[in-house]
Ligand binder design. Structure first.
Ligand SMILES: Nc1ncnc2c1ncn2[C@@H]1O[C@H](COP(=O)(O)OP(=O)(O)OP(=O)(O)O)[C@@H](O)[C@H]1O
Ligand SMILES: [Mg+2]
Length: 160
């Protein structure tokens, strides 16, 4: 999964920034549409790369996982410009963007993708410091998951 996400990022977008995936973090299995999930992670990486400092200034995006008794988590953290507290509540709204050519659909797609699998997405940020996206995946439950997978395909069709 990591390789498919990483190879989808064009080198020109990296501009000497680093993407670090903590390979010592635990793997987990989730029930959901694989390409939607990859698209979601790519969207998060593109945001993180866009909003982190470029060459020489140490732009860094870190990904890691965590497992607890109830859920599995994937974290995407960058050391970029952060999001002001008055902007933070708007970032998941459709068509909200502070980018010059942004569509404001990336995080909306991520939110729909997570909700379709009964998961959650959260954004925490501190200006000039970091932005942390938390993806919460429910533990694997085959039967309800099968029904939800159809739901995901429908939702992704609406967005794209
Ligand atoms: N890692 C981040 N650091 C700082 N701001 C962010 C970050 N991720 C998202 N944002 C803020 O949230 C807004 C919405 O993000 P979203 O991904 O939905 O849209 P976008 O990146 O502007 O456009 P696109 O539809 O092309 O993804 C961004 O325009 C930006 O203001
Ligand atoms: Mg985006």
């Amino acid at each position: 999964m990591y390789n498919r996400c990483a190879t989808s990022i064009r080198p020109r977008r990296l501009k000497h920034k680093k993407i670090e995936w903590d390979h010592s973090a635990p793997d987990f299995t989730f029930f959901g549409n694989e390409s939607n999930t990859i698209n979601m992670i790519i969207n998060l990486l593109m945001n993180a790369l866009y909003f982190t400092p470029s060459a020489g200034k140490g732009g860094e995006v870190t990904l890691w996982t965590r497992i607890d008794d109830d859920n599995n988590y994937l974290y995407v953290k960058d050391n970029g410009c952060g999001i002001p507290s008055d902007v933070l509540p708007k970032v998941f709204e459709p068509l909200f963007s502070t980018r010059r050519h942004g569509m404001g659909l990336g995080l909306t797609f991520c939110k729909q993708t997570m909700h379709a699998i009964n998961g959650e997405i959260d954004c925490e940020s501190k200006v000039d410091n970091y932005t942390l996206i938390t993806l919460k995946f429910p533990k694997l439950d085959p039967m309800p998951g099968f029904i939800l997978q159809k739901d995901i395909s429908q939702k992704s069709t609406i967005i794209f």
